[in-house]
Design a binder for this molecule. Structure first.
Ligand code: ZN
Length: 128
């Protein structure tokens, strides 16, 4: 798995992928102003501090935006499937998939994991 992480990560994203390998969703938190952010960056978007640290998300959020893909895009993802922007309880939004029935914009979701051959699992969400 560590070789797989080296092929997909860079120094900024490597801690995220290592946490995914342990089925932990992490986001960055600024040690100076407390701002949470995702995707990973080398500095805080709110105050430009370099003192960003990694914290584990509670894995709870709400669906900010949602669509169903009905056209094949990649062989690994046969349609139909749901693509969403989920707003985490900590504040950051991430692009992800919704698995399961009953998803709606504004609906509560909970973190799950999609296993992948030879790669860290991907964080996905299910309606809570
Ligand atoms: Zn900050």
């Amino acid at each position: 798995m560590s070789d797989a992480i080296e092929t997909i990560a860079d120094p900024t994203t490597e801690p995220f992928w290592r946490a995914c390998a342990e089925r932990r969703l992490v986001v960055q938190r600024c040690g100076d102003c407390g701002h949470h952010q995702f995707y990973p960056r080398p500095f805080c978007l709110a105050c430009q501090s370099l003192g960003v640290e990694w914290v584990e998300s509670r894995g709870e959020g709400t669906i900010y935006s949602l669509t169903t893909v009905r056209i094949p895009v990649t062989p690994e993802l046969p349609p139909p499937y749901q693509v969403a922007i989920v707003e985490l309880a900590e504040g950051p939004r991430l692009l992800t998939n919704i698995e399961g029935e009953g998803a709606a914009i504004g609906g509560a979701v909970r973190l799950g994991w999609r296993e992948r051959d030879g790669l860290p699992p991907l964080p996905v969400f299910t309606p809570a």
